[in-house]
Design a protein around this ligand. Sequence first.
Ligand code: GLU
Length: 443
Amino acid sequence: MARPTPAERRRLARHAARRRQIAGSLEEWRASAFDNALVQFDAAARRLRLTENQIAMIKLPRRITEARLPVRMDDGSIHNFRAFRVQHNIARGPAKGGIRFHQDVTVDEMKALAFWMTYKCAVVGIPMGGAKGGVVVDPRTLSLGERERLSRRYIAEMIDLFGPDRDVPAPDVNTGPQVMSWMMDTYSMHKHDFVPGVITGKPLVLGGSAGRESATSRGIVFCIRKAAARLGLELRGATAAIQGFGNVGRYSARFLAEAGVRVVAISDIEGAWHDPAGIDVGAAMAHAARRGSLRGFRGGTPLRRAARLLELPVDILVPAALENQITERNAPRVRARIVAEGANGPTTPRADALLERAGVLVIPDILCNAGGVTVSYLEWVQNRMGYYWTEARVIEDLRRIMDSAFDEVDATRRRRRVSMRIAAFMVAIRRVTEASEMRGLYA
Ligand code: GLU
């Protein structure tokens, strides 16, 4: 990949500004994702009547690591990238969670995302804890070689944090199978062993799992099916808008279209495209694969304000981009019946309350997008056995795990008369608390 020209850099800066606008008010953009996460935790903890000591063991992150990663750039200069790994909780198993490359990464965001991973793993019952990592970088400004050196340095610099029984990273925003391969290789070279179980989301040839790439979206669509059944909404002929066209957004669009849903709007960092007759999702995916983004896509009318996608009159809205997208400003204009949170933390607590009052069925992130980490877990299991399953088997396990998690959360919602989000946290927090108490406090 060539270095960006000054014009390209200006274009990227314009995008950053536009993304901030999408978040609504500047205050809400700056709103702390971790504070939002704690609002959710506190609401569930109150209903569970957790003691102060129980809360002390499971609420805050256990370990926050910040590093500067010196990387030699193609022009010979050395750039120090700011990087983080936050391990939130390891009561139920090794820490688990992705690594994102994004220019807006902050330690606060990492804390929130690591927190959500703890409860995401617990809500679907996979035996792992929560972590998240990130590097402050716009990866579009890096050449392939720079991206590789940065990925390797990330692992090398913090190598003692990681291990198949310690902390197992995975892909997240702007990272994928290639970055995972470099990271797995770096770890393996240091250990003088082949250690595929140190990281998930690898390509198939290096011990990845069949079905991992599309797992998050499959899980989202399993949840949407259940939610639609509850509302008596027929998926065939229903409409959907999808924000974000990365790994999660594009496969969600595809699986929804395959289920007979008319996907009327899609978006990515370049803008949003709308076609009430339905976007040709296959064409959009091919365009994005060819061009690296939806820029120049002609299969719909570009929306002047990309965030208007969230306000379209659709049955299903899938925010699958970043945090804090549905805020108290735009929540009153959301017209979907189901909001399926593909992203982590796309809805602020105030917006959440507004949607709840309006009777919108919000499938919370820690349940809705847990398919990714669920198949990550299946990948880790396969790595440890050295035996690999067919895609059909992986999808079957994923369906069983997602469906039973949805049913359990839904039953708690009904029994305790709370939102799906609070119910999901109640199920998850109970599991983490029990594990933590059974282990007890050492020393
Ligand atoms: N990054 C994904 C998430 O936020 C997947 C994490 C994983 O597979 O460990 O859930």
